[in-house]
Write a protein that binds this ligand. Structure first.
Ligand SMILES: Cc1cc2nc3c(=O)[nH]c(=O)nc-3n(C[C@H](O)[C@H](O)[C@H](O)COP(=O)(O)OP(=O)(O)OC[C@H]3O[C@@H](n4cnc5c(N)ncnc54)[C@H](O)[C@@H]3O)c2cc1C
Length: 387
C-alpha cells in the first residue's frame, strides 16, 4: 500500500496550488459578484496543461488519469477557486468522448477540451425526472440521417460559457419501456435550443440554466459513439469521474475553510493573552472537521486509484462514498469555520461565508446524499430497493 504521490503528481499539485493562490478566493468572489466568468484562470490552467491532465497525449492531453484531475480540482478549490465546470467539461465530457466517442469526435473535441479553448457541459437532470433518470423525457427521433431532440433539462451548469452541451436523451423506439439512453453533442447555439438562467442562492461565477429543446436538428455524427448501443456505457463512463472530481472539489473547499479559520483563531485574542483557538470549544470543532476532510481525501485517493486501474465497479462504490464523505465534510468545515470566525465569518472580506451556498449544493448535486445512501444500502449492504 502506498499513499505517496508520484514525483510528477507532486509537481502537478504544487504547480496547481501556486496557480490557484495567484488568483485566490477574492478573484473568484469578484467574478461571481460581477456576473462574470473565471475566464482568465480557466485559460491559464488550460495553457499550462491542467485541464487536460486526464486526456490522452495523442489528443493534446497529459495522458494521466482521474487521480491527476482530482488533484487539479482539489488544489484550485483549496486556493478558494472551486470551479464546477472542471467536473463537467474535463471529467465527464472528456472521459465520455475518450472512451466512447468516435475517432472523429475525439479529434474534433479533445484537443480543445485539453487546452481550455472548448468547454462541453452536461445535461441529464430534468424537471419531471430529477434523481430518477429512468424517467427521462427528452426524446431523440430519427429524421432521415438526422436526429431531432425535444425535451427540457434543468440546473444545467455553464451553458452560457460552453460551445457544446452533452445531452442525455432517450430513443423513442425503446419498445421495452426501459431506458435506452443516447448521448448527443449539441452546439449551444443550435436552432431550437433555448436557455433561461436560473436564480440560484450560490455565490459562483458559474450559472445554472433551464434548457428547452424544441426539435433541435442534429447531424448523425452528433450521437456519441458508432451506434445507439454506445449510450448506456457512455453515460456510466462519466459517472465515476464526476463523483470523484466533485468530491475532490469538496475536500479542497474544506481545506480552504479550515486553513482560513485556523489562521484566524490562532491569532485572535479577546480574553487577555490567549488566542481564541486555545479554547477547546473553538479548536475541537475545527479539528473534528479537519479529520472528516482528511478521511474524505483518503477515500477520494482510493476511488481515483481504482478508477485509473480500470476497476470500475469498485470505483463506483468508493467514488460514491468519497462523494458523500466529501460533501458532508465540506459543509461541516465551512459552517464550522464561519462559527470560529464569529462576526468576521459572515463578512465578504474573510471569504468563508461566501462558500456556504456552494457547499450546501454539494450535498444535493450531482448526486444527492440520499441517493448515495440508497446505492450503498443496496450494493454494499444488500438491502432491497424501496423505489
Ligand atoms: C448547483 C447545481 C448544479 C447542477 N449542475 C447540473 C448539471 O450541470 N447538469 C445536470 O444534469 N444536473 C445538474 N444539477 C442537478 C442535480 O444533479 C440534481 O439537482 C440532483 O441530481 C437532484 O435532483 P432533483 O434536484 O431533481 O431532486 P429530486 O430528485 O426532486 O429530489 C429531491 C429530494 O428528495 C430526495 N430523494 C429523491 N428520491 C429519493 C429516494 N428514492 N430516496 C431517498 N431520497 C430521495 C433527494 O435526495 C433530494 O433530497 C445541478 C444542481 C445544482 C444544485
Amino acid at each position: 500500500m502506498n499513499f505517496d504521490l508520484t514525483e510528477e503528481q507532486d509537481q502537478l499539485r504544487d504547480a496547481v496550488r501556486a496557480l490557484g493562490r495567484r488568483y485566490g478566493h477574492d478573484y473568484f468572489v469578484r467574478k461571481a459578484k460581477a456576473g462574470e466568468h473565471t475566464t482568465e484562470l480557466w485559460h491559464e490552467a488550460g495553457r499550462l496543461g491542467y485541464l487536460g491532465v486526464n486526456i490522452p497525449t495523442e489528443y493534446g492531453g497529459g495522458g494521466g488519469g482521474i487521480t491527476e484531475l482530482a488533484l487539479v480540482c482539489e488544489e484550485l478549490a483549496a486556493a478558494g477557486c472551486p470551479l464546477l465546470l472542471l467536473v463537467v467539461s474535463p471529467a465527464i465530457a472528456a472521459t465520455v468522448i475518450t472512451k466512447h466517442g468516435t475517432e472523429e469526435q475525439r479529434k474534433r473535441h479533445l484537443p480543445g477540451l485539453a487546452d481550455g479553448s472548448q468547454k462541453i457541459v452536461f445535461a441529464i437532470t430534468e424537471p419531471d425526472a430529477g434523481s430518477n433518470f429512468h424517467r427521462l423525457g427528452t426524446v431523440a427521433r430519427r429524421d432521415g440521417d438526422d436526429w431531432l431532440l425535444s425535451g427540457r433539462k434543468v440546473y444545467i451548469s455553464g451553458v452560457d460559457e460552453a460551445d457544446h452541451v452533452l445531452v442525455v436523451a432517450r430513443t423513442e423506439d425503446s419498445s421495452t419501456g426501459k431506458l435506452k439512453p443516447a448521448l448527443f453533442i449539441v452546439p449551444t447555439d443550435a436552432p431550437g435550443l433555448e436557455k433561461s438562467k436560473l436564480d440560484m442562492e450560490i455565490l459562483s461565477p458559474e450559472n445554472q440554466f433551464l434548457l428547452y429543446l424544441d426539435d433541435v436538428r442534429l447531424p448523425a455524427d452528433a450521437l456519441v459513439g458508432e451506434s445507439l448501443d454506445a449510450g448506456l456505457p457512455a453515460l456510466f463512463a462519466g459517472l465515476n469521474p464526476e463523483r470523484i472530481t466533485v468530491a475532490a472539489m469538496g475536500a479542497g473547499t474544506g481545506r480552504y475553510a479550515i486553513e482560513k479559520a485556523s489562521d484566524y483563531t490562532a491569532t485572535r485574542k479577546v480574553w487577555g493573552g490567549r488566542s481564541i483557538g486555545s479554547h477547546q470549544g473553538v479548536a475541537h470543532p475545527l479539528a473534528h472537521a479537519a479529520v472528516q476532510v482528511e478521511l474524505a481525501r483518503l477515500m477520494i485517493q482510493k476511488a481515483a486509484a481504482l478508477y485509473d486501474a480500470g476497476r470500475d465497479l469498485e470505483a463506483g462504490v468508493s467514488g460514491n462514498m468519497a462523494k458523500y464523505a466529501a460533501g458532508e465534510a465540506a459543509a461541516l468545515a465551512v459552517d464550522t469555520a464561519v462559527q470560529a470566525l464569529g462576526g468576521a465569518g459572515m463578512t465578504t472580506e474573510y471569504g468563508v461565508a461566501t462558500l456556504l451556498g456552494a457547499v450546501r449544493a454539494g450535498r444535493i448535486a450531482p448526486v444527492s446524499r440520499e441517493m448515495i445512501l440508497n446505492f450503498v444500502a443496496q450494493h454494499v449492504l444488500g438491502q432491497d430497493k424501496s423505489y
